[in-house]
Design a protein around this ligand. Sequence first.
Ligand code: PEP
Ligand code: MN
Length: 263
Amino acid sequence: LVSRKMQPQNTIVDINGEMIGDGSQRFIMGPCAVESYDQVKSVALAMKKQGLTLLRGGAFKPRTSPYDFQGLGERGLQILRKVGDEVGMSVISEIVSSNDVEMALPYVDVIQIGARNMQNFELLKTVGKVDKPVLLKRGLSATIEEFINAAEYIMANGNNQIILCERGIRTYEKATRNTLDISAVPILKKETHLPVIVDVTHSTGRKDLLLPTAKAALAIGADAVMAEVHPDPAVALSDSAQQMNIAEFNEFIEELKVLQKKL
Ligand code: PEP
Ligand code: MN
């Protein structure tokens, strides 16, 4: 169903009027994790000033260690929704369990399925049955074929509003947290009719690579760039090293807007 052969025209995902996959290139930004109302609000206000409307933030954090911050859960979703409504933004948040999908629906505009759950088939089936867009991230060690099959699980259950996200894969290279597979973008666009975006934060794990990789993503035709922003990254409860502060975020967006005019 997700194959380009089945549907030659691009799928456009409508997030409250903000289109993903219509040829315009968007930015999905926000903190790694929702930590507090003030933290999310200050990022949202900075985004608003730049004309951005797609706010991300994790309430359920799939952490490698069980002793690391696990997220605020439903309280985090409530904060995200409140800020989204106050500032006029759509909100995107990861759900990690089928049991939480129903609970999350009133809070989120887009359900994110994280890399670690790309092959959680029961979760894919559950989000396949809801009437909300799904942002599906590529698994840590997933081939493009496995990634496409994960999207197929969602669509086979009735939901055709799917956004694919390349977020880096595991390789032997240690210079970056993961290896950004930039060629996955045109391959996924050729093989499927779905919008494809690039997460530059989790793919690189390095602040100094966010801008160059985002430029590459826009140049290669990604439908959006995702990156993490925190008002004070030094005290962030997750991904402290690679989140941008507000000043860095402004510089990042301004540089990319300049590039967008040239493309
Ligand atoms: C995230 O986007 O918050 C996240 C945890 O990313 P990933 O699932 O790609 O690691
Ligand atoms: Mn993160």
